[in-house]
Write a protein that binds this ligand. Structure first.
Ligand SMILES: *[C@@H]1O[C@H](CO)[C@@H](O)[C@H](O)[C@H]1NC(C)=O
Ligand SMILES: *[C@@H]1O[C@H](CO)[C@@H](O)[C@H](O)[C@H]1NC(C)=O
Ligand SMILES: *[C@@H]1O[C@H](CO)[C@@H](O)[C@H](O)[C@H]1NC(C)=O
Ligand SMILES: *[C@@H]1O[C@H](CO)[C@@H](O)[C@H](O)[C@H]1NC(C)=O
Ligand SMILES: *[C@@H]1O[C@H](CO)[C@@H](O)[C@H](O)[C@H]1NC(C)=O
Ligand SMILES: *[C@@H]1O[C@H](CO)[C@@H](O)[C@H](O)[C@H]1NC(C)=O
Ligand SMILES: *[C@@H]1O[C@H](CO)[C@@H](O)[C@H](O)[C@H]1NC(C)=O
Length: 476
């Protein structure tokens, strides 16, 4: 029997309702909650239990991302409503790509015991593996991801999505965004099968995006406000797409979206696996300060939580799930000083600046932060306190091998030979190296053996010989 007109109308209504619910359900499937990256590269960090408390109660984070599957942290997260992303360490990728029983036993002993009471929902296979030199791991990445997905299924961890975190350097071209293109050494052999996997398993393209880095490498041509979501009047129109950009973050994300579309995958969702801004660092790192870090992170949290969602020009209105980097300033991270200053919290658990990841702003408003003053004085590069002396010998030799005159003044008989100590000589060599090569990207780092100082290291030298003082003056 055909339904009467009225019944047909009701049926249609019901269908609409179901469709509306479905759409609502689909939208609700991924919430806009902002998460936090819980890195552990510090020797002075609070315990996992205390950290989980800080993440939940102090930062009001909805999600947390780990850089491994640390059992103490997964235990501390049990029974909380925090959604958890775990990571398979990079060195597991090669063995996992070809040995299913190895993968099965890892899932069984590292994740299964905590699931589902710890809400593990994402497993990232490696950290920025496509930015590292081990090419074998690049080509083993997708095979490892497939085996991991199969093992998760076999162990009943069906809600865990598999992905991998990528940095902006997976792209060969990113400007203008519509020109976004993957690097040719990975596009066909790694990215294409990965996108196919992500699309098939309805997973995400996990991207680390730091407007700070392009800005800090070119602060005269890139506007700081544009990098921090503060610009009211700067717009960049992409001549390829006609899309109009109001901030650097959107540009960077859309370059990836256009690159994926170019390979035939226009719909894979983007998850911001890391973003943030350093609150300090070295004297020479302009723009790395508490004021700018608070500005960027508060603005981006507001952006991520905006209702309705803003998305990006290429994906207007789409929710962008995210993790801010990072929970703590981590004193054992390598690289320039800024790397150790991305935390929302100090290692003692207090806030570097006021911020809550649920978007709450204090009723009284934020306490005013001091406006940053760029450091204008001299900076030297010297041997760091507690540096391993054996390693300093190697670093000294390396510095001296760079440039013909780097170590001239510390040769026997020359003006800075005395005092003849390893630390004095290496400090001279580090400073001489850095002053010559910083314009070409040379850093005051030396595998963590060097640090910057604004206390003139040539001064005690002056007591020994005035020529030595002159030598330091020359390298500056
Ligand atoms: C695979 O891993 C298992 C350990 O789970 C090991 O016993 C076995 O030898 C490995 N197989 C190969 C071919 O490496
Ligand atoms: C697009 O990217 C290519 C490199 O892949 C570059 O040569 C070209 O200049 C870019 N186009 C624009 C308009 O910048
Ligand atoms: C991606 O997944 C969607 C939905 O499952 C499907 O319709 C589409 O064909 C897939 N795209 C590719 C290129 O495989
Ligand atoms: C944007 O506004 C600022 C301050 O109002 C002004 O100094 C700047 O020149 C403007 N820039 C552009 C591109 O209009
Ligand atoms: C926590 O550490 C910061 C940075 O070292 C320091 O400024 C602050 O006073 C400390 N707070 C407490 C309560 O110890
Ligand atoms: C010091 O450095 C040397 C050479 O790099 C290394 O072999 C040694 O293990 C290091 N010592 C310590 C205590 O880290
Ligand atoms: C170092 O000296 C050699 C010869 O003494 C010269 O050929 C070379 O160009 C010099 N290199 C630099 C970087 O000055």
């Amino acid at each position: 029997m055909w339904p009467s007109g009225a019944m047909a109308a009701m049926g249609y209504l019901r269908l609409c309702l179901v469709a509306a619910l479905l759409i609502a359900f689909c939208r609700a499937e991924i919430s806009s909650k902002v998460g936090i990256n819980y890195g552990q590269l510090g020797n002075n960090l609070p315990s996992p239990i205390h950290s989980v408390h800080l993440i939940k109660s102090h930062l009001k984070s909805g999600r947390v991302k780990l850089y491994d599957a640390n059992p103490d942290i997964l235990r501390a997260l049990r029974g909380t409503d925090l959604v958890v992303s775990v990571m398979l360490p990079n060195n597991f990728i090669n063995p996992f790509s070809s040995n299913q029983s190895l993968v099965d036993s890892w899932i069984e002993s590292n994740l299964a015991p905590f699931y589902p009471t710890t809400k593990i929902r994402y497993l990232l296979v490696g950290n920025e593996i496509l930015s590292l030199p081990d090419k074998t791991a690049w080509f083993n990445l997708v095979p490892a991801m497939r085996r991991i997905k199969a093992a998760l299924k076999r162990h009943g961890l069906n809600k865990v999505k598999v992905g991998t975190s990528m940095a902006m350097d997976v792209l060969a071209a990113s400007y203008p965004p519509s020109n976004g293109t993957f690097r040719s050494d990975i596009a066909v052999r790694v990215i294409e099968p990965m996108l196919q996997f992500l699309n098939r398993t309805k997973s995400f393209y996990f991207l680390d995006v730091y407007p700070y880095f392009p800005w800090s490498s070119d602060p005269y041509n890139i506007n700081l406000e544009y990098a921090m979501f503060e610009s009211k009047n700067i717009t960049v129109t992409d001549p390829g797409s006609g899309l109009v950009y109001h901030n650097l973050f959107d540009q960077m994300v859309d370059a990836n979206i256009f690159a994926m579309a170019r390979l035939g995958y226009p719909d894979i969702r983007v998850w911001i696996a890391e973003t943030g801004w350093p609150n300090g660092g070295d004297y020479d790192q302009i723009g790395a300060n508490i004021y700018n870090a608070a500005t960027y992170n508060r603005n981006i949290v507001k952006r991520f939580l905006s209702k309705p969602p803003v998305g990006t020009p290429a994906r207007p209105g789409q929710v962008i799930p995210s993790f801010i980097f990072a929970l703590y300033n981590e004193n054992q991270k390598t690289g320039p000083g800024t790397e150790r200053h991305f935390g929302l919290l100090y290692p003692n658990g207090t806030s570097v600046y006021e911020i809550q990841l649920n978007g709450d702003v204090p009723k009284r408003g934020y306490k005013p932060l001091p406006r940053p003053q760029p450091y204008k004085g001299r900076i030297w590069c010297i041997v760091a306190e507690k540096a391993n002396r054996t390693a300093v010998v190697g670093a000294l030799a390396y510095a001296c091998s760079q440039g013909n005159k780097t170590c001239e003044a510390i040769q026997p008989g020359k003006e800075c030979y005395r005092p003849n100590s390893l630390v004095r000589h290496a400090s001279y060599a580090f400073s001489a190296y850095w002053s010559q090569f910083k314009k070409q990207g040379g850093t005051c780092y030396f595998d963590g053996l060097a640090s910057q100082t604004i206390v003139d290291p040539s001064k005690p030298c002056l007591l020994v010989s005035s020529e030595c003082f002159c030598a330091w003056e020359k390298i500056y």
